[in-house]
Design a protein around this ligand. Structure first.
Ligand SMILES: [Zn+2]
Ligand SMILES: [Zn+2]
Length: 142
């Protein structure tokens, strides 16, 4: 089992982060089509899911704003350029020790590919999902 470190950052370069974890702890990229992710990102939101213990904001932490989008989750973005960066489901027992970082903000996403589309029952009506990656109406484990 190998350990991998992913780094990424926002559009203006103020915020930089890293996410470290084992192969098993860092999951493939998920595209979430829920209404909140669509409104937040401007389309569906793609993210890499990993252990919160391996996550740190290494630069520009004071520039990160957290928006609490529900009673169970908050979303982090750069207050200067608006890049959507982080999702933390602090109110979900199975997710509170995990963090999602935006796949588009990664510097080195080459070793992780899109593995699933979730909350597709809420997807936008202006596009179709035809890439052959598994599609779930909701969260597949719920
Ligand atoms: Zn920025
Ligand atoms: Zn979502």
């Amino acid at each position: 089992m190998s350990t991998e470190t992913y780094t990424g950052g926002c559009l203006c370069g103020t915020v930089k982060y890293e996410l470290t974890g084992s192969d098993a702890d860092i999951h493939g990229v998920t595209a979430c089509h829920c209404e909140q992710c669509r409104r937040w990102s401007g389309h569906h939101w793609a993210s890499l899911h990993g252990p919160k213990v391996g996550f740190s904001i290494i630069k520009g932490e004071s520039n990160v704003r957290w928006y609490q989008s529900s009673d169970k989750a908050k979303r982090g973005f750069c207050k200067t350029c608006g890049s959507t960066l982080f999702w933390h489901g602090f109110g979900y027992p199975s997710l509170k020790d995990q963090i999602d970082v935006s796949a588009g903000s990664l510097d080195n996403s080459k070793t992780r590919v899109l593995t699933r589309h979730i909350f597709c029952e809420n997807k936008g009506t202006y596009y179709q999902i035809k890439d052959g990656v598994p599609v779930y109406d909701r969260f597949p484990d719920s």
